[in-house]
Ligand binder design. Structure first.
Ligand code: SF4
Length: 381
């Protein structure tokens, strides 16, 4: 896909902060009609769009799409909806199976909230996904954006959405140069997203805005030459595209070092332990691991890990290798050791966390994180 970079010099003049305003009626009409025509021509064929009249499919897609790219979500969505085709099916599912199907998608609290939301929908609405933003907001894991997306897409309610893509399009379209993370600017953007909504087909309009942000109005090098609303775009007209939306300081990333042990029985089964019910990767399964303390070296943490294993098996003295994973706020470095246990070794782990032996063919039924998958790949599991 060709990307055109806008490199016009900014016009000289007074600060533009505060000069942006909501579009007048004619401009709104132009934006709506151009976006609708473009969306009809250019929208991507996505599995949840083929189920536009299924509110449960929209709920599932919107939860999966939180913090996650479309390309990653697609196969998860297809597998999940094939296994749990209705709210009732999901509500009646075992949490372990829900986690197993979510494995690798990240942000696992979403899976727990989705499962709880399905049960709430069955109990409170007889299995029909609620229609209004106010009702949707009472469900676990559903915020203002997700509620607006479900209400507008599934029920054509006049509800705005504001995600990262929409924020980028609207700040540029309206020429808003202030930081969109500030509450005041955020309020203005919500108001603008609502003001722009047409009387009907609000779901399509919202999806068109999101689609434009995802495929044309890109963070760097937006494809303004291909943009259907270029003539209405203030940032384009004022050569301000490169500086809108205003950036900010990057999130500070904390480095975390971890030692992990792949303890194998003679039959190839590996020892897995379940993480606590709260915190990072809550409730998922992983290899026995220890986080390095401040100033601690790997050898000391390896000995501590061996002690916690309490004689289940022996850990090699030298590591099999390292795996690095970057999360939003953390850079995780796993130093991975291999080890052996006898056939009759019991599965147990410190602090009474659940533990079990799992063979390679049983891994797909275990809820594990992408980081754990990478660690397992290192030891050939
Ligand atoms: Fe985004 Fe460029 Fe379109 Fe403006 S003209 S909305 S900056 S792609």
């Amino acid at each position: 896909m060709s990307r055109l970079r806008t490199k016009r010099k900014p016009e000289a003049g007074p600060s533009r902060a505060g000069r942006s305003s909501l579009p007048d009626t004619a401009r709104k009409r132009l934006i709506r009609s151009r976006l609708a025509a473009w969306y009809g021509r250019c929208r991507r064929d996505l599995p949840w769009r083929r189920r536009a009249d299924d509110p449960y499919a929209q709920l599932l897609a919107e939860v999966m799409l939180q913090q996650t790219q479309v390309v990653t979500v697609q196969p998860y969505f297809e597998r999940f909806i094939a296994r749990f085709p209705t709210v009732q099916a999901l509500a009646g599912a075992d949490e372990g199976e829900v986690f197993a199907l979510w494995s690798g998608l990240g942000y696992y609290s979403r899976a727990r909230n989705l499962h709880a939301a399905a049960r709430r929908i069955v109990e409170g609405w007889g299995g029909a996904v609620p229609r209004t933003v106010a009702e949707l907001l009472t469900l676990p894991g559903i915020g203002r954006y997700t509620a607006g997306a479900i209400a507008s897409i599934a029920y054509d309610m006049r509800a705005p959405v504001l995600d990262g893509n929409v924020i980028r399009v609207l700040t540029r379209l309206l020429g808003i140069e202030e930081d969109p993370r500030s509450p005041a600017v955020r309020d203005r953007l919500w108001a603008a997203a609502e003001d722009l909504l047409p009387a009907r087909r609000c779901g399509d309009f919202n999806q068109a805005l999101m689609e434009l942000g995802a495929t044309v109005c890109l963070p760097r090098s937006p494809r303004c030459a291909d943009c259907p609303i270029r003539s209405a775009c203030r940032a384009f007209r004022e050569a301000a595209v490169d500086r809108i939306p205003a950036g900010g300081r990057r999130t500070k990333v904390r480095a975390v070092r971890i030692v992990s042990a792949a303890i194998a029985r003679p039959d190839g089964a590996l020892l897995f332990v379940q993480r606590p019910a709260r915190g990072l990767w809550a409730g998922l399964w992983e290899l026995p691991s220890e986080e390095l303390r401040d100033g601690e070296d790997v050898e000391s943490a390896r000995r501590r890990l061996a002690k916690r294993l309490g004689g289940i098996g022996r850990i090699d003295a030298t590591p099999a290798g390292e795996v690095t994973r970057l999360l939003t706020h953390r850079r995780l470095v796993f130093t991975v050791f291999q080890g052996r246990a006898s056939t009759r070794a019991r599965a147990r782990w410190a602090d009474r966390q659940p533990a079990r032996w799992v063979k390679r063919d049983g891994l797909s039924e275990l809820g594990i994180s992408r980081a754990c998958e990478a660690v397992l790949a290192l030891v050939g599991a």
